[in-house]
Design a protein around this ligand. Structure first.
Ligand SMILES: [Zn+2]
Ligand SMILES: [Zn+2]
Length: 271
């Protein structure tokens, strides 16, 4: 089985792709299970991009597509929650409200997209900033985010920030940030949370997925077992992107299984 557990479409503020096009692309790539993980980033500070999520519409479209493609493709509904340290209570009540209205997610990714209210995706972020200090700050905030809210299943693209470093090597150096990364991994493992291998790193031109092999290996060494595979595709061409390479990386790092989720419960699939 091949399952892509990190996908965006029209319901994410930074994608205009019809969800059905993502399903068709998944079929073409030989995938049999897709989990939509549309963005929900409360207090996202850029007015030109809405990171609100229309949950009822997203579930309705997934149900419509499931009825259409049911025999060939299984569709599940998740979300990628953009975390910030002040959002803990808000996100808890948002999930509760959705549940009460009958919208029960299969899977939730928690992600750090913002460093003190700015996204390193935008080139302006890097103006006048020290690159290493920025990576450290990103990791500190990730730790704070997990401490403030742990209602997710896996943490998204742990070394996301290196995708956008403007010059120098765009590669995460685990030895350089060992202490902080270990603290994050131990906190996640202690809470029973997984991480993902996100092939959007390859798409961004990095030699590695996010996070890189050193971090994946360390998660495994520390006892971590829950790992989902996601392309982070926002367009059809990247659905299931370079999953064979990512599987190879996972096997090299000591994993024998990857994970899928249904109703927030993990299931382990041989690699
Ligand atoms: Zn993300
Ligand atoms: Zn994403």
């Amino acid at each position: 089985m091949n399952a892509d557990y990190h996908l965006h479409s029209f319901f994410s503020g930074d994608s205009s792709t019809p969800t059905e096009d993502m399903v068709r692309a998944g079929l073409e790539r030989g995938l049999s299970l897709l989990c939509l993980t549309e963005h929900f980033d409360p207090d996202y500070p850029y007015p030109d991009v809405s990171m609100e999520l229309d949950v009822p519409a997203c579930f309705a479209e997934a149900r419509r597509l499931q009825a259409l493609y049911g025999k060939q493709m299984e569709l599940r509904v998740g979300a990628e929650l953009g975390l910030q340290p002040h959002l803990g209570a808000f996100l808890k009540s948002w999930l509760k409200k959705n549940l009460a209205e009958g919208f029960s997610f299969d899977f939730l990714i928690g992600s750090t997209h913002l460093v003190d209210g700015t996204d390193p995706y935008y080139p302006e972020f890097w103006n006048g900033r020290d690159q290493k200090a920025s990576v450290r700050r990103y990791l500190d905030i990730t730790l704070e985010n997990i401490s403030a809210f742990d209602g997710f299943d896996v943490y998204g693209h742990l070394d996301y920030i290196v995708r956008y470093v403007p010059d120098g090597e765009r590669r995460f150096s685990y030895p350089e940030y060992r202490e902080q990364m270990d603290a994050i991994l131990k906190l996640l493992i202690g809470k029973g949370k997984g991480i993902e291998v996100n092939t959007g790193g390859y798409k961004a031109g990095l030699p590695d997925p996010n996070p890189c092999a050193d971090v994946l290996r360390r998660y495994r060494e520390l006892g971590g077992e829950i790992i989902t595979m996601g392309s982070d595709a926002h367009t059809p061409d990247y659905v299931g992107f370079r999953f064979d390479d990512a599987k190879e990386v996972l096997r090299d790092c000591g994993f024998r299984y990857y994970t899928i989720f249904r109703e927030r419960k993990p299931e382990f699939i041989p690699l």
